[in-house]
Write a protein that binds this ligand. Structure first.
Ligand SMILES: Cc1cc2nc3c(=O)[nH]c(=O)nc-3n(C[C@H](O)[C@H](O)[C@H](O)COP(=O)(O)OP(=O)(O)OC[C@H]3O[C@@H](n4cnc5c(N)ncnc54)[C@H](O)[C@@H]3O)c2cc1C
Length: 436
């Protein structure tokens, strides 16, 4: 199996004896994409646009697209600074941000290309920021500049505080739900089919040689026969595939709290202001981000939760807690990152701690300027050794059985939205080898 991050063996599972077969309930497609977030929608659009004569369907369990991660995020177009040089993230972010800027321009989607400052406030941070600068240069991030002269920083973003800053003019902001909707419009314009309220619960081998995959959904008992399938389920990415014990990574979810800045201070924020990425948990980064609808997002702060897509405080799923939260991998991870987890909990519950964290970069904020904002859920994947998987994990065509016909976007965290078109191009290239 060709796996772009790690070798994983899987087989499909699920029961289908209770599915009703009838002529209106069965569909045939060349490619079925499962999951209508930004990743699935970008992939469906790209495949359909490039091989128009093929039949492509997008299946989404909700009644609209992008209701989860793709609409609950920081709304940043990342430039690709801090990803390991040989990683998929580094490669696809540079490529993806260019594609997104061009796409948004072509569709008149509002974008704020206001750049990003990463600020060091301690000597250790200064050392790390220098390293980050070198990494950014290796990743060929456009226009990156290390600003030793604070007057230069002040000219970009007045009223911020620090010792050293890294300036990335190519970072920006966009509403990713808006982008997803536009991808869907392109897909429909090319006669791609979108099925809503369509929760897929199994993929099995069919008895039809022309369409060897049988994809069953539970909401309306529809059955889709396909030649190839691409799975893009966000935090549910591990659920349609059964993994071997050795590769049985655990999907865990964190509840992410954002805040809004008091509107009376909006005029002071000119760019994205980021703290140094967290050492143990680089996916958590304090930041102030101007959105395209003229708000300033603050945050985020992240704590583990008890349900895979637990947007509500009270969300609880016994199976998830038993299989994932109480797993060895998660236990080890928690012990290794105990201090960071504790800090995150303190920031969540104590507004003074939250304010003082933000004050390190932007001193003019007071407690009353930090208003409640949206909640998001961030998926992470943890190995059995208690480590976070830190790159995209995209499993491409296995060696045997129906595995040969499935691509699973197992883990597409930030900067996934920025990379969506680049990921879609990569997956299209794999599918095209088989279909044409
Ligand atoms: C807090 C946070 C901040 C982020 N900030 C940024 C940022 O600033 N910039 C950036 O580039 N990226 C960011 N990201 C990353 C980005 O949001 C994700 O990479 C991207 O949204 C992932 O899209 P997706 O389509 O894989 O997942 P999702 O958007 O979660 O979509 C998955 C879809 O699959 C559907 N689904 C699930 N199970 C089934 C099933 N059985 N049958 C049918 N459908 C199903 C769901 O309903 C959902 O619509 C952030 C992520 C988070 C969580």
């Amino acid at each position: 199996m060709k796996n772009l991050h790690a070798r994983v063996c899987f087989s499909a599972h699920g029961r289908y004896h209770n599915i009703r077969y009838n002529s209106s309930g069965c569909y045939e497609y060349d490619v079925v994409v499962i999951g209508g977030g930004i990743i699935g929608t970008a992939i469906a659009k790209t495949i359909k646009e490039k091989i128009q004569q093929k039949k492509v369907a997008l299946l989404e369990k909700e009644s609209d697209l992008a209701l989860y991660q793709s609409s609950h995020n920081s709304q940043v177009i990342h430039a690709g600074i801090h990803y390991r040089v040989d990683s998929l993230k580094a490669k696809l972010c540079a490529e993806g941000s260019n594609l997104i800027y061009r796409y948004c321009e072509s569709r008149n989607i509002p974008v704020k290309k206001c750049g990003k400052l990463i600020i060091a406030t301690t000597c250790l941070d200064k050392f790390r920021l220098n390293q980050l600068y070198k990494l950014g240069l290796q990743n060929k991030v456009y226009g990156l500049e290390l600003l030793n002269n604070w007057k230069k920083v002040e000219s970009i973003q007045p009223n911020c505080k620090g010792l050293l800053a890294l300036w990335s003019p190519n970072s920006g902001n966009v509403d990713w739900k808006n982008v997803t909707q536009s991808f869907a419009n392109d897909f429909k314009a090319k006669h791609g089919d979108i099925f809503f309220n369509c929760r897929v619960n199994s993929i099995k081998e069919s008895t039809k040689p022309s369409h060897p995959l049988m994809i069953a959904e539970s909401t309306n008992c529809k059955v889709f026969f396909a030649k190839y399938a691409v799975i893009c389920l966000g935090v549910h990415s591990g659920t349609l595939i059964q993994y071997s014990k050795q590769n049985d990574y655990k999907n865990i979810s964190l509840q992410v709290s954002y805040y809004y800045l008091n509107p009376k201070l909006h005029r002071f924020i000119k760019t994205n202001i980021y703290a140094m990425p967290h050492i143990d948990m680089p996916f958590i980064g304090v930041h102030l981000s101007p959105t395209v609808d003229d708000k300033i997002l603050l945050g985020p702060n992240a704590v583990p939760i008890l349900q895979l897509d637990g947007y509500k405080q009270s969300s609880f799923d016994f199976e998830y807690v038993k299989d994932h939260v109480l797993s060895k991998g998660f236990g080890l991870l928690f012990l290794k990152n105990f201090q960071s987890c504790l800090n995150q909990v303190l920031e969540k519950i104590l507004s003074d701690v939250r304010t003082s964290t933000l004050n390190k970069y932007f001193p003019m904020l007071s407690k009353n300027d930090i208003l409640p904002g949206p909640t998001a859920v961030q998926g992470q994947i943890v190995t059995n050794d208690g480590e976070f998987v830190d790159d995209f994990l995209i499993e491409i065509f296995g060696d045997e059985g129906i595995q040969k016909r499935i691509i699973n976007c197992r883990f597409v965290p930030s900067p996934g939205a920025t990379c969506s078109l680049a990921i879609a191009e990569m997956i299209y290239a794999e599918i095209a080898k088989k279909l044409t």
